[in-house]
Design a protein around this ligand. Sequence first.
Ligand code: NOJ
Length: 761
Amino acid sequence: MRKITFWLVLSVLIFQAIAQENSDMDVFISNLMSEMTLQEKIGQLNQVAPHGWVVTGSSVNEDIEKKVIAGQVGGMLNSMNPDMTRKIQELAITKSPSKIPIIFGLDVIHGFKTIFPIPFALSCSWNLNRIEQSARIAATEASASGFCWTFSPMVDISRDPRWGRVAEGAGEDPWWGAKVAEAMVKGYQGNDLSDERTILACIKHFAIYGAAEAGRDYNTIDMSRLSMYQDYFPPYKAGVEAGAGSVMTSFNVVDRIPATGNRWLMTNVLRDQWGFEGFVVTDYRANNEMSVHGLGDLKTISALSLNAGVDMDMVGEGFLTTLESSVSEGTVKIEDIDKACRRILEAKYKLGLFNDPYKYIDSIRMQNEVFSDSHLKAAREIAQQTVVLLKNDKNILPLKKQGRIALIGPLADSKSDMLGSWAGAGSRENVSTLKHGLETVGGANVTVAFAKGAEPTDDPFLLAASQNPWQRRRDGQTEEVKPSADSLLAEALEICRDADVIIASVGELASWSGEAASRTDITIPQTQRRLMKALKETGKRVVLVISSGRPLDLTWENENFDAIVMAWQGGTQGGLALADVLFGDYNPSAKTTMTFPRSVGQIPIYYSQLNTGRPANPFNKFSSKYIDSPNEPLFPFGYGLSYTTFEYGNVSLSDSLVRGDVTLTASVNVTNTGERAGEEVVQLYLADPVARVSRPLKELKGFEKVLLEPGETKTVSFTINTNDLKYYDSELNYDWDAGEFVFYIGPNSSDGKEARVMWEK
Ligand code: NOJ
């Protein structure tokens, strides 16, 4: 009893403290706004990207200093030079009319200087604490270097690996996407935004940006509201519920209205239904792009997006240049501009910018914390957990730490490709490539001989995409005279001659995924395939280590090689982490969070598809299948191997008949049947075979990552309640039906043991 009273009193005190803080903030902002002119308020809604800094969009802004002094800038992005940031901030707080500090943002996507594996790879770790930690470290480094706002996490669900931006997300599943969104927001923002080491998160891209038709970035989308609520909204909602301070609009249309001007999305869903209290920023010139979508001139569309509930205009200056006249023409209300301005000022207040506008520029912290030993250690440990072992026939892996390794391939020693796309402020500093990793971890008894073997591609389209100017500048690369394909191959084969094992480092360059990097063909290019064929023909053991920003079509590789390791793009410490896995210092535990198709023809492919009325049946021509390919993917969602093996017992339920709002437990015994300790991601799926609408074949509802010693058995238990049974019907009611439910527990979405329960209302 005494304990309960204590917690009650504590909660009341915390509540009172928050209420007090909020009311202090309200008074402060009201006073400030009472002195501001309409133009200054509109100035707060303007975010600029200065000329000469990093460019992440199609154009930048000019005359920044003049605009800052005139009070026409509320936010800025991409200032990579802390001295410049300080100078601009100083202008804002000394020379602008209301002396309001600027909020500085950057795409800190998977690390700031210490780069972690790409977000998609992070999601394959199934380790929420580690994912949160990566965001916390990113915040720590970014917040010392001038930034208090990141445009992350990207939480768009995608079921199409042609889309390059799958690299930035958490894969295909809404339940898992929601967990990752929450972890990332917590990582960036912590419990206290005014802490100098935390930064404002931004949930993006609201909404459904990952469903672009044909996987082509920025393309049109047409989707039912049921699918939005059921499959695409959960991660955005989870991010909002975790307290994300900002949300970014998406470039695409939703119900034929661009998201940026879509009031249903920005106000009804985001604010009214989900209770979002932060501010909404457009994506890069997404406001202006509404004109190209066909919604009218700049004045019309700027009014449309402000009225839809958008608060800040990124780069396009549509708000800055048109809102005042829209007010005088009566198409925009001053109260709505006030609301937007207030939300932006609230974020600045919560970040503590009014107390100390320079708090996020701290050269001492930069020196001590950026690339600190503990950050690099975490980056290595986290990267280990993202490597997915797809195939290991004949137990080729792990490798012994002795003998001669021929390391062949265009990605084996490329620092910028190890960093991946959107590598923030990441530079080549401290980047460990696979070559470096093998040499370092292998020790004295291992010799590593390296040859490039092949160019990444000779396809003219991919070659053009490889010329990422930002990447090249970061690398300081210059045009070199390239040796011929034959001489590259000959050199590689020469090295292989006395090798004990060959490691082929192949796949995608960093610039082949990420924004504006969609592919129609997701195989490894021909130049590299020719190399792989030649390596196979040596008759030696070959391990494929594949780097990429997306699941690839690996059908050919799977047919031809015994060992396949999915390295993704591992970040600053990627090479060391990969070597840890290849030598067995770390036993792989990652599982893919997107389905690997057999060919692009199967896309979109995802495990939680609906049944058709004609499920595939090899004996029935008129069933839902291909005549030239199995329906099944090459590797299903949730799949990944270990150097040990796990055996699953039968699933037992705490009851086979339950009623109403109770909690059911589903348990399974998992045994490590191999000879090494290893971690297994035990996954729980649910199917609802009879409902008011057609339901997915199964849906992920839980997981646990367990460490098992050789021979050890652990019971893994999941609790399930009626919330887990709920779904959206065609009227968007969110409820569950009485009836039979099937639980599957297993190592991935295709293999699992099942148990059934009757659940009555
Ligand atoms: C456009 C991208 O879509 C978005 O994700 C990013 O945050 C902005 N550019 C700013 O760089």
